[in-house]
Design a protein around this ligand. Sequence first.
Ligand code: FAD
Length: 524
Amino acid sequence: MSTVLPPGVSRAAFNKACEEFRAIVGREWVFTDETALAPYRDPYYPGDPMEHTPSGTVAPINVEQVQGVLKVANRHGIPVWAVSGGKNFAYGGAAPAMSGSLVLDLNRMKKIEVNEEMAYAIVEPGVTYFDLFNHLQERKSRLWVDPPQPGWGSVIGNTLDRGLGYTAYADHSSSYCGLEVVLADGSLMRTGMGAQEDNPTWALYRYGFGPGVDGLFQQSNLGVVTRMGVWLMPAPETFAVVQGWVPNEADVIPLIDTVRELRIADVMPPSTITNFLRGMTSATTKAQWHKGEGAIPAETVERMKVEFKRGSWGVRFGLYGNEDVVAAKLKVINAELSKIQGYTSKATRYKRGDKVAGGDLLWAGTPVLSFGSLSWIEGVGAHVDQSPILPMSGQFVHDFLREKTELLRQHGFDHFVSIFNTSPRIAVNTASLVFDKSNPEQQRRVLTTGHELIRHAAKYHLGMYRGHLVDMDLAAGQFNFGNHAMQRFYERLKDTLDPKGILSPGKQGVWPKSLRTARKGGAR
Ligand SMILES: Cc1cc2nc3c(=O)[nH]c(=O)nc-3n(C[C@H](O)[C@H](O)[C@H](O)COP(=O)(O)OP(=O)(O)OC[C@H]3O[C@@H](n4cnc5c(N)ncnc54)[C@H](O)[C@@H]3O)c2cc1C
């Protein structure tokens, strides 16, 4: 039996609701015992994961069951936290923002429809990147997926949290089209052109007639998404995976500016820019270079650069098309980046159907299970991300990151920089706090440092791209224009669409009226 109950719900009332859930989804798909709930706690939680623990989970298999579950939850006032893959590691896993919420686990909903001609799929929440990839392979489809680093997450969960990939379709928020949503009262709707019965452009044109609402369901607690259209890239005739390096720390300034210009001119697709240390996490371990506590000293990093013959910054991207297109783009990009003194690069070329090297798979639309930086440290590797959105402006990025390195150093953390230039004018700066989960002192430092990183970004008037459960209120609190006018708008929507406040209370810092006092830190 679970140790935690939804706030204000008695054990008897909870048990009664669970009986009603069982009648809808089948007895074996409602879990309330502690052992079964363990996977629904955050394995990377920097502290006691019981701070975000569910009262139970319910796993429907179709949209009618989702509707039924929400109707019962609404009647009994039971908060529900929806997950699709439940693998949102670094941001909270499958755990709810508010303890006692019931996890609505949508993993069993796995239907996939593919439209080869129009190059899209319609997926249900349980479809992972591996599932979609395998489905396409089995039917010898010409279409690729665009996976995030670990491919075990779901297409819907990743997209709703505004996740990112690596190919030309890296900005997942620009490549989904058409949602089916169950609202808190159990009613069902489709967005965009899907609002019209059987409209063949549902997954082709996202705006519909009247105000567009798709964005209201990303990073949101206004509805549960049960189907989504996702555009898929046709496998190109040829492609090249390019890795470039620039030698000096300050070269990040022209690197960022050049990439931005190439992106705005539509010559270059999305790219990732990483600092030297981030690149090292897959090549060596910290212990080989530095014994003892604290961040790796700057002199040691310089010594490593010499040893590994690597520059201070790397840029990595794929180029896709026929041979002429790829060659022409590569020529222009090389000419522009070579204006940075000491720029070196390597392009690995592939034809459709070639075997792709392991390190290039993500750029070839192939999901992998890779955990990047976690093996850098000793102990049980985990990480939490505080990821601001920066303007793609060299000097700005340089100054911001230099100060951030210093801040992290003071708190004993190495600074791994990744910049996802998924749309031409912005830099999504994911910078993981990597820590040993078995070390309580490190966990404590992750919590305090994470909050400092959010405040540091706010000093530059920057906000986060995504948020871990422990940071959501603080991150939301930074959006302060008009005395937090946007937050109040979200709250008005919440109170109208979900008056009992049952859908994912606290997600992205949006709490229902009855629970607004629960908001932590950053309260306005
Ligand atoms: C080493 C490492 C590397 C990573 N690299 C990347 C990367 O390259 N790119 C990237 O984007 N992420 C990355 N991540 C973060 C994360 O693992 C992925 O984004 C993952 O795909 C998210 O898990 P999921 O798809 O199972 O989402 P879920 O856990 O299902 O959900 C994500 C969020 O959306 C909400 N949600 C889910 N389904 C629904 C629904 N049907 N209706 C309403 N709300 C819903 C959930 O409440 C949750 O807040 C990385 C994590 C690690 C540990």
